[in-house]
Design a protein around this ligand. Structure first.
Ligand code: TRP
Ligand code: SF4
Length: 329
């Protein structure tokens, strides 16, 4: 551990992870676990900020998320994997930070405005929803993270985190480093319908899907929308199936598809079958590990308990310093 920079990141428990989650975040975490002291957690309290009316599924989703992380290759030997709500110190720090966070910082937050509009079927005029970035700031600085790997959509939250850390240090003395945003490249692969891959759009392929599911889902994918007939030449550059080929097929196959598509030498049905084969092959070990962990729930429990202990120790240490700094010790 020593000498490695600490990074912290979280995901809201949305249920089984799909390829968009994998290529947009998890794959990056798996790479980073070798070079950083990683704290990765399931943000179950954050899930409540928008789903407080329907919280029943959150515990199962939280567990599924840990299982998917382990199955995809996050190693509990290399990183600390835990559940946000297990570490009550996040809530205490959130409370203290809320004392010093100006409300206009939160009202200006672009994701706040966007989400209020996008989720207009929910009443999000709550204190918890407005304070979402304050809780996120607590999640991060409680571990004195130096970096936070996130997608571009989260960048404003990390900016607010730095501002809150700076304000705390200014008011009470230096306790927190200001964490850097480590931008994750956004995934080029789209959902089956070419919209962003999302569980709620029902256009996703999940890490735990069976080969039959995968074949059926791939068969439904929209290809080059200009290509109407088998005899029309296609354009792989604008085809989502081709983006998948680039990840899941070997270089030779990618080159062949690239050429044959443009001359109508290959049809989309066949092209998808070839891609599905590579995808099924790549996901096989993840699916097997998913099965393994559902047969060995005690191993998942052990990971969650170990993460809770490790994260809890660090969080308790920071909170002792925080209480002293604000004269509450
Ligand atoms: N807000 C993040 C998201 O929706 C999840 C999250 C919560 C997070 N706390 C965090 C990410 C701390 C990074 C660091 O994706
Ligand atoms: Fe896309 Fe393949 Fe069809 Fe070309 S042949 S349009 S790459 S699915």
């Amino acid at each position: 551990m020593t000498g490695k920079k600490r990074i912290v990141s979280g995901m809201r428990p949305t249920g089984a992870l799909h390829l968009g989650n994998y290529h947009g975040a998890l794959a990056n975490w798996i790479t980073m676990q070798n070079d950083y002291d990683c704290f990765f957690f399931v943000a179950d309290w954050h899930a409540l900020t928008s789903d407080y009316e329907n919280p029943a599924h959150i515990p199962a989703f939280t567990r599924q998320m840990i299982v998917d992380w382990l199955s995809a290759g996050l190693s509990p030997e290399k990183c600390t994997l835990f559940v946000q709500s297990h570490i009550k110190e996040h809530a205490e720090l959130f409370l203290l930070l809320s004392m010093i966070t100006p409300v206009p910082w939160l009202e200006r937050n672009p994701t706040y405005k966007e989400q209020i509009e996008a989720l207009n079927n929910k009443d999000l005029s709550t204190l918890g929803f407005l304070g979402y970035p304050v809780l996120q700031a607590a999640d991060i600085i409680i571990y004195k993270a130096e970096g936070v790997p996130v997608g571009i959509d989260q960048a404003p939250h990390i900016e607010i985190t730095r501002e809150i850390a700076r304000r705390f240090n200014h008011l009470f003395g230096p306790v927190f480093p200001e964490p850097a945003t480590i931008l994750t490249q956004t995934s080029k692969i789209l959902g089956l319908d070419r919209r962003k891959m999302s569980k709620s759009y029902q256009n996703a392929i999940f890490l735990s899907d069976t080969p039959e599911d995968i074949s059926a889902r791939v068969a439904m994918m929209i290809t080059d929308p200009q290509r109407m007939r088998r005899s029309d030449p296609g354009n792989p550059d604008i085809c989502n199936v081709f983006e998948f080929h680039k990840i899941y097929s070997d270089a030779e196959m990618v080159a062949t598809v690239n050429a044959d598509c443009r001359t109508a030498g290959i049809g989309c049905v066949e092209c998808k079958k070839l891609m599905a084969k590579g995808l099924i092959h790549a996901l096989a070990p993840i699916r097997e590990k998913n099965q393994y962990y559902s047969d060995h729930p005690e191993q998942v429990d052990a990971v969650i308990v170990a993460g809770r202990e490790k994260a809890g120790r660090v969080a308790a240490e920071t909170l002792a310093q925080v209480r002293a700094a604000v004269r509450l010790d």
